[in-house]
Ligand binder design. Structure first.
Ligand code: FPP
Length: 241
């Protein structure tokens, strides 16, 4: 009864949570394991957080799975990350669909292996009409690249005479981003204690609350998420007012 009352008065969770999953390598080193084991345990944490967000009624969850800078890692590590992504997309499609999760991918697909692009298209198509959590996986994503592409598209519109430069607004810009139909994140969580955005959703995070937690990504649990949401509720959001 008390738990039910507490639930009834609990404020709703943030609509959109975005996560920079960091610390897989340090987790592996701390456990004297190869780096790939940190990434594997990172995928377990992805499953945990997706399920928890869906249960808690979070509407959008964006996960930074592979940044456009991650290609600079040793080729074997890039291969491991791509292999884990493939496996995740293959293994989770049924479960995510059954739970009503809608999956979206953002980032530059042109440089990805064709079979990964096929898996992405398949999971997006299959879950398109779902009405539960929207899970957005950022893969080969870079915020600066996204902004440059938007600027290029607007410049094309200007050159073609469809747009007057003096009339360009924030809405024109936002409409050219991969996130055009998604609300901006309310809360950005970065794990492992690092305090930077690392080219993640640079435009979209203008008014997001940033939370840096001292937990390595593989150790991120439902409790860590609940603590992060509680911390978010203690913040005073003014949106510049
Ligand atoms: C950071 O750890 C994490 C990443 C580079 C990517 C996150 C990837 C996963 C959790 C696995 C694949 C994702 C999906 C959705 C299947 P790090 O290697 O930078 O850690 P470190 O800073 O401690 O070395």
């Amino acid at each position: 009864m008390a738990a039910e009352a507490a639930r009834m008065v609990a404020p709703p969770p943030p609509t959109h949570i975005a996560v920079i999953m960091d610390g897989n390598g340090r987790w592996a080193a701390a456990h004297r394991l190869p780096r790939v084991m940190g990434h594997r345990r990172g995928v377990d944490a992805v499953r945990t957080v997706v399920e928890a967000c869906n249960d808690l009624g979070v509407r959008y969850l964006t996960l930074y799975a592979f940044s456009s800078e991650n290609w600079k890692r040793p080729p074997t590590e890039v291969d491991d990350l791509m292999w884990l992504l493939r496996r995740y997309l293959r293994q989770e499609v049924e479960k995510l669909d059954a739970k009503g999760v809608r999956v979206r991918m953002i980032g530059n697909r042109a440089a990805l292996a064709p079979d990964i692009v096929d898996l992405m298209n398949e999971i997006e198509g299959r879950t398109r009409a779902n009405t539960g959590l929207t899970l957005i996986l950022a893969v080969n994503y870079g915020g600066q690249d996204e902004i440059v592409s938007a600027a290029r598209a607007l410049a094309e519109d200007v050159r073609a005479g469809r747009l007057d430069p003096a009339e360009i607004t924030k809405d024109h810009f936002a409409a050219q981003l991969a996130t055009r139909d998604l609300p901006d994140p309310d809360l950005v969580i970065r794990t492992s204690g690092e305090q930077r955005l690392s080219n993640f959703l640079l435009w979209q995070t203008a008014y997001a609350e940033l939370l840096f937690v001292d937990v390595l990504w593989p150790d991120f649990s439902r409790a860590t998420l609940e603590d992060a949401i509680a911390a978010f509720h203690r913040r005073d959001r003014r949106f510049g007012a």
